[in-house]
Design a protein around this ligand. Structure first.
Ligand SMILES: *Cc1c(COP(=O)(O)O)cnc(C)c1O
Length: 387
């Protein structure tokens, strides 16, 4: 699919395309898929298939590629949370599955660190479970986790990412304590690719029972895709709650196109030279800093890691206070411009630019586009002052 074609679809609707220099945000469509992924999705769309057979075959292939016992494709990482929690509650027993979402008599508590509470965790409630919080924003003691585990506990949900700081117990400690109480640990690793080693390390090295990922973020797969990897019994139990079965999580089915597209995206991702990607991002960031720092009253500096704690460099932009405009004003100007550029805002005084969501062409014009926007904006301000 060419750019013009994509523009055509959106143009007909009066919807403006976005150049995404912010992050792999769902709000602007996640990430862009390589042509090979689009081709695989088109292939998948061209015929009917036994969805049980497809899920099983793709799950087996993803498990091999990620060195896990089993895998299952979902319609996103939030959906994977719902399915993983349902799997841990019901263990795949149809009589228990039929009792959801009320969950009468079943273990429906999911333990989370206070510092891991994220805007996606209502997915736990969607699975008919309640969050039991341990620790606080600054620290967590081992006894607090131990005290929270009981026969009512379905699982511990652990959110991965170095950006979350040290207020939670580390994953290995969490796994040790949970397993001593026979409680499985689910890791939400939605945005933790890169590094690609998370595909196996979280489960096979750190001992988590399930790890969950988004397909439409760093993997560059379909936006409405995700997957879980880990223990075969729990993956099967999770899958038993979802499509093509007519059960609770049927409401979040992945289609044949997403399932096949996700697998192709994962294969391509694993074939990438990740060191070369990193080096390329570093050189783009270096060029952006050189082009922008000190120009038009802007300061630009390299930051690392990114907003999700991933090993991806990005640039933080601030604007000189004598300019009569804030970084937030500039972000507004960029959003209103042609092309419409999205940056990641940090309050009114700063925003970030990331290289990994942009095409090569976009990476090269971003600095000039920003400088032009500052000029246009300060010219407007000067005019407004004259008036
Ligand atoms: C993005 C994200 C999710 C949701 O993932 P989707 O694939 O968009 O459903 C869940 N948890 C975390 C930590 C995320 O960053």
């Amino acid at each position: 699919m060419s750019d013009e074609c994509a523009d055509g679809v959106y143009a007909r609707l009066g919807v403006r395309p976005v150049v995404n220099a912010a992050a792999t945000l769902t709000a602007v469509g996640g990430s862009l898929m390589p042509t090979e992924v689009l081709g695989a999705m088109a292939d998948a769309a061209s015929t009917h298939v036994d969805m049980h057979e497809l899920h099983t075959a793709v799950g087996r292939r993803i498990a091999e590629l990620t060195r896990n016992q089993a895998a299952y494709v979902t319609s996103g990482c939030a959906a994977a949370i719902v399915l993983a929690v349902l799997g841990c509650i019901t263990r795949g027993d149809p009589r228990k599955i039929a009792r959801m979402p009320e969950g009468t008599g079943l273990p429906t508590e999911v333990v989370m660190h206070c510092s891991h509470r994220i805007p996606y965790d209502p997915a736990v409630n969607l699975a008919g479970a309640q969050v039991v919080q341990v620790g606080n924003a600054l620290q967590t003691f081992e006894w607090e986790l131990e005290a929270a585990l009981s026969e009512r506990t379905a699982a511990v949900l652990y959110v991965a990412g170095v950006h979350l700081g040290a207020a939670a117990l580390d994953l290995a400690t969490t796994v040790r304590i949970a397993h001593a109480h026979n409680v499985p640990v689910i890791v939400d690793a939605a945005a933790q690719l890169p590094p690609h080693s998370n595909l196996w390390d979280l489960t096979t090295k750190h001992g988590a029972d399930l790890a969950l990922f988004s397909g439409g973020k760093g993997l560059h797969g379909p936006q409405a895709s995700g997957f879980m990897v880990g223990r075969a019994d729990l993956v099967a139990a999770a899958a038993a709650n979802g499509a093509p079965h007519q059960r609770l999580a049927r409401a979040m089915k992945a289609g044949k196109e997403e399932i096949v597209g996700l697998l192709r995206a994962l294969e391509l991702y694993l074939d990438r030279d990740h060191d070369a990607d990193r080096a390329r991002w570093e050189s783009i960031v270096e060029r952006w800093v050189a082009d922008l720092d000190g120009a038009e009253g802007l300061q630009a500096r390299r930051c690392f890691p990114n907003e999700a704690g991933q090993p991806v460099p990005r640039v933080r932009i601030t604007i000189d206070s004598s300019r009569q405009a804030t970084a937030a004003d500039l972000a507004d100007q960029l959003w209103g411009g042609i092309p419409r550029l999205m940056v990641l805002r940090d309050g009114i005084d700063a925003f970030y630019l990331t290289p990994d969501t942009l095409t090569e062409e976009q990476q090269s014009y971003v600095p000039q586009h920003i400088l032009a926007a500052v000029q246009a904006m300060t010219a407007d301000t000067a005019e407004a002052v004259r008036v």
